[in-house]
Design a protein around this ligand. Structure first.
Ligand SMILES: [Zn+2]
Length: 167
């Protein structure tokens, strides 16, 4: 279930998470627009409790403009950056899991086809057809070497077939 944006009166989905305070124990869930607004006004909200922030939002809904502050202390600036990273997904707290390492037999098989780890099943197919043609025991001139190569290519192809979930 998607939470609604925490900004009073907003009916959009709260898909952006932002810390309520410096201790990072609790979070607001905002829509993109209000997450950006919260980030922009961090200097203003930095030393307020979540309750005070909410009270302020209530006042805003009655039309009172945001108090103008010039509190440019670097701590708050750093924190604003931190929150921005949070919202944009660059924060270490929201780290995207590292790409899982490929099994050794798969990387070896890709190597046989002279392909990198980002190769697609289509790339494998193209390479396989070219090499199979080159080393097919029926057509190759060096029959001894061709049989060995052909077996090697076939084995690699089977590994990759399984890896890409093909039958
Ligand atoms: Zn909102």
């Amino acid at each position: 279930m998607i939470k609604k944006c925490d900004k009073p009166g907003c009916t959009k989905a709260g898909t952006c998470r932002a810390p309520k305070s410096r201790d990072l124990k609790d979070y607001w869930f905002f829509c993109q627009e209000h997450a950006a607004e919260y980030n922009k006004n961090w200097n203003y909200y930095a030393d307020m409790s979540p309750e005070e922030i909410e009270a302020d939002w209530e006042r805003q809904t009655f039309g009172e403009p945001l108090k103008d502050t010039n509190s440019a202390n670097s701590d708050a600036t750093n924190y604003a950056k931190f929150i921005n990273d949070f919202i944009t997904g660059r924060s270490k707290f929201d780290k995207i899991p590292a790409k899982t390492k490929l099994p050794t037999n798969v990387t070896s098989a890709l190597k046989i086809f002279d392909l990198g780890i980002s190769a697609t099943w289509r790339d494998v197919g193209t390479k396989y057809r070219a090499l199979a043609k080159k080393y097919h025991p029926d057509t190759a001139t060096d029959k001894q070497n061709a049989a060995t190569e052909f077996a090697r290519i076939s084995a690699a192809y089977d590994i990759l077939k399984k890896h890409f979930g093909k039958k």
